[in-house]
Design a protein around this ligand. Structure first.
Ligand SMILES: [Zn+2]
Length: 165
């Protein structure tokens, strides 16, 4: 059985189930049926507004957003599904901190729920740098279905990899 790199952290029985779906050629159809809704967040400006709106709703008090962009060069796995950088610059006499969020451009064409999942993930990093319990509590506070969505995003990325072969 080949390793499923996006699913390495998940229990073996789930990985076996995914292998079955792949062998039966059903993974893509299953995802398309469950997540048929595209989104309209096409440009970096639209992405910024989308991220800002979610932040306003759930994490109003965290550091201000800096740049928010889609990044075609971002490798999803290498950066644990996204990146978050703290930029500090001096403005007048004050050190101003804002946070830059880059989203791998594969999410531009992904179903709406998957974009939401990755944005929730990056927003949670505004408050918690590590992938620890506090981090995942933040994620599920913003999006109660977070864990299911992250799993399905990993399925989706697995499916895209297969298609490219
Ligand atoms: Zn992360």
């Amino acid at each position: 059985m080949n390793t499923l790199k996006y699913l390495a952290g998940y229990p073996l029985h789930l990985q076996t189930r995914v292998h079955e779906l792949i062998e039966q050629g059903r993974l893509g159809a299953m995802l398309a049926e469950k997540y048929g809704q595209p989104h309209t967040v096409r440009s970096d400006g639209q992405l910024y507004d989308y991220v800002q709106a979610l932040k306003d709703r759930h994490l109003r008090k965290s550091v201000p957003l800096g740049k928010v962009t889609y990044d075609a060069k971002l490798q999803v796995m290498k950066h644990a599904l996204g990146t978050h950088t703290t930029i500090s610059r001096v403005q007048g006499s004050k050190l101003k901190t804002s946070r830059e969020i880059r989203i791998a451009s594969v999410f531009r064409d992904a179903p709406a729920e998957f974009l939401k999942m990755i944005v929730v993930h990056e927003l949670a990093h505004l408050k918690e740098a590590e992938h620890n319990k506090t981090f995942y509590q933040l994620c599920t506070h913003i999006e109660p279905d977070y864990h299911q969505l992250e799993f399905d995003v990993r399925l989706y990325l697995t499916h895209l990899d297969m298609e490219q072969r």
